[in-house]
Design a protein around this ligand. Structure first.
Ligand code: PNS
Length: 176
């Protein structure tokens, strides 16, 4: 019986790069997102954080601003890349050789919809989804709440990284 050859180490010619995508609106990125991004970056050779361009939804930060904020806060991770996409996430995966989508789950309430999307994405293109439970410290955290609190002058300094805080304060003072 012939033995199968040993796997080619990552980084060598023919090596298999394990690449995942963390898609989302990131309007704006929060400490909860960063927790998931940091942990996922340890699991894969390359993690792409992809901002979904959704013309049907109004946003506080432009796609470019969201990308810049993400680039800043992930600068210490050598294997995290920031991108944006429109259309289906599975098409993005196909075009970029990505076989796994990483999603954070805050609570059971997230699960129904996330499971539905995960099963749909697997059915559509064979792309699997890895669910990561968020750190309980962030289980209540959502970009929408952060925006609402910041808009009315509430303190969100423990919920978002400093560059995002600065952006939120600038926007809140511009609409006063
Ligand atoms: O941060 P969000 O808004 O919860 O992220 C949702 C997102 C962007 C991950 C999800 O809406 C998505 O994957 N959109 C891309 C379009 C798509 O593929 N839709 C079909 C999903 S089954």
């Amino acid at each position: 019986m012939s033995e199968s050859p040993p796997p080619v180490p990552v980084g060598e010619p023919g090596g298999h790069i394990r690449r995942a995508v963390c898609p989302g609106s990131f309007d704006p990125v929060t400490n909860g997102h960063l927790d998931i991004i940091g942990r996922a970056a340890h699991l894969y050779d390359e993690l792409v954080v992809a901002v979904f361009i959704n013309q049907a939804k109004s946003s506080l930060f432009t796609v470019e601003e969201r990308r810049e904020l993400l680039t800043d806060v992930t600068a210490d991770y050598g294997n995290v890349r920031i991108d944006s996409f429109h259309g289906l996430v599975v098409d993005y995966c196909r075009e970029h050789g990505i076989s796994v989508i990483v999603k954070g789950l805050r609570a059971v309430s997230d699960f129904d919809y996330e499971l539905q999307m995960a099963q749909m994405n697997r059915g559509l293109a064979g792309v699997d989804t890895l669910f990561m439970p968020t750190n309980p410290e962030y289980s209540f955290l959502a970009s929408s709440l952060v925006k609402e609190i910041a808009k009315w002058g509430g303190d969100v300094s423990s919920l978002v990284p400093p560059n995002v805080l600065k952006g939120l304060i600038e926007r809140a003072s511009a609409t006063e």
